[in-house]
Design a protein around this ligand. Structure first.
Ligand code: AHG
Ligand code: MN
Ligand code: MN
Length: 337
């Protein structure tokens, strides 16, 4: 019937034959992710009313203060995904080590890596936050998962995407056959197809970067940001700056409107010479989405999806968004221009 909208399950069934990744197991995996996101979205919506704001007092493996909603989201995802019956193990930004699926629970052939809550600094001030997920198929036959199963190239992902908790709650994901966006209809509790086949504009007019780090950047990084700030080049209209402070929200805006998000390496913190963002749970999943939408993602030198992680919480510089903008930034970073 017209006007009832297309659910995620229906969309997967329609596209199942096109995407080898979209097996029944994958449909189940995504359904459990969606259930987790609905629980998180419920807490986000009432964050101002219940004791879910603020800090837990803990420091996570990233050396960051853990906020209650970080911890809640992480707990929900681990609890639900362990019972999905389709994972053999998972890794979270919030957990130092891999999380195995216990023996007494049904296991499957997929591996999940996730950032349970991205943009945590926005939680207490009611600004967009999100959940980022990355899915690989396990390659080994071993009964237990080794760390090697997680230290993959992003190009090996079978699916990736994010939930965005904002004025509306959205799911955007790819299984390697384009990028599709769904918006949660809270009256029926279903994500309905709202942005079929998202394509990112070839070139944008927005650049997103935290310029308070300028004094910690090298010369080429400063040259990149100056390029997007300058107006000499008649070929293009001047860019405008937008920075939400949540990667998933800055990325999503650029995905729809065009533009580039940058988190370059800086020498601000000797512990983080490659910048703040994590390869496996932030850069690689969003790079998969960006490329599937016709965009690009590099670390300033090479394609994010070609980088093989050396350890679980490896950080990487990130230049991601409209293809022309990322190519320009990367050429400057490599000294080609
Ligand atoms: P997380 O909340 O998962 O730690 O991620 C926060 C990240 C990313 O979402 C955002 O783009 C970046 O931190 C902002 O960092 P700065 O505050 O240093 O700009
Ligand atoms: Mn994050
Ligand atoms: Mn996070």
């Amino acid at each position: 019937m017209e006007g009832l909208g297309i659910t995620v399950t229906e969309h997967l069934l329609i596209h199942q034959k096109e995407s080898p990744a979209a097996t029944g197991q994958f449909t189940r995996l995504l359904s459990e992710l969606i259930f987790s996101a609905k629980i998180i979205a419920r807490e986000v919506k009432k964050a101002g009313l219940v004791d879910i704001l603020g800090l837990t007092g803990d420091i996570n493996v990233q050396g960051e203060q853990v906020r209650k909603l970080d911890e809640f989201s992480n707990r929900v995802l681990i609890y639900r995904m362990q019972r999905s019956g389709v994972l053999c193990a998972m890794a979270s930004e919030e957990n130092a080590d891999v999380i195995e699926v216990p023996d007494d629970m049904p296991r499957g052939n997929y591996i999940l890596i996730f950032d349970p809550l991205d943009g945590s600094s926005n939680i207490d001030v009611n600004v967009n936050i999100g959940t980022i997920f990355s899915i690989y198929r396990v390659v080994g036959e071993r009964p237990y998962v080794t760390m090697e199963e997680f230290l993959r190239k992003g190009s090996e992902q079978v699916a990736a995407g994010y939930f965005l908790y904002g004025p509306s709650t959205m799911l955007v994901y790819t299984t390697g056959k384009g990028v599709h966006g769904f918006t949660l209809d809270p009256t029926v509790g279903e994500f309905l197809l709202s942005h079929p086949d998202i394509r990112i504009p070839e070139q944008g007019r927005i650049y997103s970067v935290n310029e308070s780090n300028t004094n910690y950047w090298d010369g080429r990084t400063k040259k990149v940001v100056d390029y997007f700030k300058s107006t000499e080049n008649a070929r293009r209209k001047p860019y405008t700056a937008r920075y939400i402070g949540a990667l998933v929200a800055d990325f999503h805006r650029n995905l729809l409107d065009g533009g580039i998000f940058m988190y370059p390496a800086d020498n601000k913190d000797p512990a983080k010479p490659s910048g703040k963002l994590r390869l496996l749970c932030e850069a690689a999943p969003l790079a998969f989405v960006a490329e599937q939408a016709g965009g690009a993602a590099t670390d300033g030198r090479e394609r994010i999806l070609d980088i093989r992680a050396a350890h679980l919480h490896q950080r990487t510089p990130l230049f991601i968004g409209s293809r022309r903008d990322v190519e320009t930034a990367t050429a400057i970073m490599k000294g080609d221009v």
